[in-house]
Write a protein that binds this ligand. Structure first.
Ligand code: PRX
Length: 648
């Protein structure tokens, strides 16, 4: 029987349990189950012990200063993120070990050892200084998945500049808004990138964005592959030219533990994306510790996280976490199905990947493409698999475990967010028995509960996920809007309990089962998309009077966007308009937000006070029986709409 809690239905029941293999446990970076209890008894001592593994130029005086809802971690301590990712590995065997192995979509490749990466980072840090970038200044990075993105991030970190990476799939308008919100003075981009054989004209998009971004004084352009570009003299500079004369000597800025490391924009429930601010000390400790224990990184491993560096997964688990551990990170520029559907498996074999971290949406696509693709390649070096970004359905988990992991690799389903900065709920592969579909339990030193509306703990059953203690990777604020920080994350119950916006269930063993978002944010192919943002983009079109966007279940993407649109009077409704509106959303936000369905309607279902009843629209989009309609102003609207949707 499904159990029910306010607004959250629990339908999933899963009893299979997979215990860590004895060999895995024996060699694991963390194999002692007592760690959970020890960390819970004194979380601050636990985090301090992890922090001591990093390099600090001045020790901290206090582990945590908690003035809810603001936390300061490792108060008084000084460190530099790039030193922890690079310099500290140069003294020993890691010096000439591969830090980054990169392959471009066309098959070109590059390897940078730790010493080489260090050199490039120092040089680019000096380039940035030469362009007038100083500590605290913001630099926007809009690049394909190429090593220069990691180099630029670490170069910013080296001189104390704050990077703001904007995913290369975002439109000119999204890029412009993010540049302006951060008031960046420098933009780093590329002449273009590759996606499924096509050229993505990044510089052209950047030029368009820059018409509305007067704060940018300099643009550095990486030459990816001689794509044609316009150069604005005085403003635009080629990366390789600037690097030619740059010194490789760049002392690292000793940053206060609380100094900002980066801003990363993410979707929220209101129109404007939020600039999530991460600090230096706590964030580095969180990324380092979780990467070490969750992925069990060892010197011979080749680790591949398939996320783009433009998302938080790429920040914490392509760049900062693995490099702080001295790991070898593989990076691939392209898509999994180009030139064929075996591309990822071919790369795993070619580069000897041992640890593979991807998203459920990709796993579902692999399942659909069939086992013949992975079967063509030798995946026997793989020893650990990870999943992130959305709930993983048990069938996908089992498929991943069987056909990619050969039934020998532990699968770690990791729950976290842009805001948390680090993995929060996850198995530890040497310790935690896993259940397909469950992210299992909080990482040591992290406290999570399932709460009801009133903030009462639900021991078994469904409710809202809550984080009940500060954690080192936590966001510091929303850039330029601390009131929104408080309102969004810390006002659901009290100002000491963090509300991530996700529903969750706890089972009898205390395992967490994440149930997806409970707010107006959708998870489409692992990307958080605010319905409000898409609605704003639609209403921006001259033919649209009103729009409401909801998510519906989608076999591959997890969720798809269904847009209910009321056109302005006298507008002819046809497929041309529907295509035009989809194109308009792509132009305003980017292809990731393209609605799958556009349903035209003369009226939207509203309450008597005029609020759009998205809940009923969702019922329609999902093909479900309509829920409670007692507050609806005009029930005939919804019945007509339901019929129309079914017909289409
Ligand atoms: O709803 C949860 C889902 O992704 C959201 C965070 O999205 P974002 O900030 O873009 O970061 C994605 C990568 C960390 C969460 O609020 N989510 C993420 N991981 C999982 C998940 N849902 C269920 N299980 C997960 N493992």
């Amino acid at each position: 029987m499904p159990t029910s809690r306010p607004g959250i239905d629990v339908l999933l029941h899963e009893d299979r349990v997979f215990r860590p293999g004895r060999n895995f446990t024996a060699g694991a970076n963390q194999g002692d189950p007592a760690i959970y209890g020890r960390a819970a008894r004194d979380p601050e001592a636990f985090w301090a012990s992890m922090a001591r593994e990093l390099t600090w130029s001045r020790p901290w005086k206090k582990v945590l200063e908690w003035t809810p809802p603001h936390a300061r971690w490792f108060v008084g301590g000084r460190l530099n993120a790039s030193v922890n990712c690079l310099d500290r590995h140069l003294g020993g065997a890691t010096r000439n070990k591969a830090a980054i192995i990169w392959e471009g979509e066309p098959g070109d490749d590059r390897t940078l050892t730790y010493a080489q990466l260090h050199r490039e980072v120092c040089k680019f840090a000096n380039v940035l200084k030469g362009l007038g970038v100083a500590k605290g200044d913001r630099v926007t990075l809009y690049l394909p998945l190429i090593p220069e993105l990691a180099i630029a991030m670490l170069a910013c970190a080296r001189i104390g500049a704050v990077h703001s990476v904007v995913f290369g799939g975002f439109s000119a308008e999204s890029l412009r808004d993010r540049i302006n919100d951060a008031k960046s003075t420098v933009l780093v981009t590329a002449d273009g990138g590759y996606r499924r054989g096509a050229q993505v004209p990044l510089k052209r998009t950047a030029d368009e964005a820059l018409h509305g971004s007067p704060c940018v004084r300099h643009v550095v352009v990486v030459r990816r592959d001689n794509f044609p570009i316009d150069v604005q003299e005085g403003r635009d500079h080629w990366w390789h030219r600037l690097m030619q004369h740059a010194s490789a000597d760049c002392p690292a800025e000793a940053m206060d533990s609380s100094d900002m490391l980066y801003i990363l924009y993410t979707s929220g429930t209101t129109g404007k994306p939020k600039g999530i601010v991460h600090g230096t000390g706590g964030y580095m400790v969180g990324a380092f510790a979780t990467a070490r224990w969750v992925f069990d990184l060892k010197p011979p491993d080749v680790y591949w996280c398939t996320a783009d560096i433009g998302w938080v997964t790429g920040h914490s688990y392509v760049v900062y976490g693995p490099l702080a551990n001295g790991a070898t990170v593989f990076i691939y520029e392209g898509a999994p199905d180009w030139p064929d559907r075996g591309r990822f498996w071919e790369l795993c074999h070619k580069h000897g990947v041992t640890i593979f971290y991807t998203a459920p949406t990709a796993i579902r696509a692999f399942m659909r493409w069939g086992i013949e693709w992975p079967a063509k390649h030798d995946l026997s070096r793989l020893r650990l698999l990870g999943s992130v970004g959305e709930p993983i359905n048990p069938e996908a988990w089992m498929w991943y475990h069987k056909y990619i992991g050969g039934e020998r690799c532990p699968v770690v389903d990791t729950w976290w967010q842009t805001e948390t900065g680090m993995i929060m709920i996850t198995p530890l592969p040497g310790i935690t028995p896993t259940k397909p579909g469950s992210a299992t339990r909080p990482f040591p030193g992290v406290s999570a509960e399932v709460l009801d509306d009133a903030g009462k703990v639900i021991k078994h059953g469904g409710g809202y996920l809550a984080i009940t203690r500060p954690w080192p990777g936590m966001l510091q604020t929303i850039y330029g809007d601390d009131a929104r920080y408080l309102q969004t994350y810390w006002s659901r119950w009290d100002n000491k309990t963090y509300f991530p916006g996700d529903g969750a269930r706890r089972d009898r063993q205390g395992y967490f089962w994440l149930l997806g978002r409970v707010d107006d944010v959708l998870n489409v192919a692992g990307h958080r998309i605010g319905t409000m943002e898409v609605e704003s983009a639609l209403v921006d079109h001259p033919s649209v009077a009103e729009a409401a966007v909801v998510g519906r279940t989608h076999e591959l993407k997890g969720q798809a966007l269904a847009a209910f649109v009321t056109p302005k009077d006298g507008i002819t409704v046809d497929t041309r308009l529907s295509d035009e509106l989809k194109g308009h959303v792509v132009k305003k936000i980017g292809a990731l937000a393209r609605p799958d369905d556009i349903i035209f309607t003369a009226e939207l279902p509203k309450t008597r006070s005029g609020k759009i009843m998205r809940r009923l629209l969702k019922d329609i989009a999902e093909g479900r029986t309509l829920g409670d309609m007692t507050t609806l102003a005009d029930p005939s609207v919804i019945h007509a709409l339901k019929q129309k949707y079914q017909e289409e």
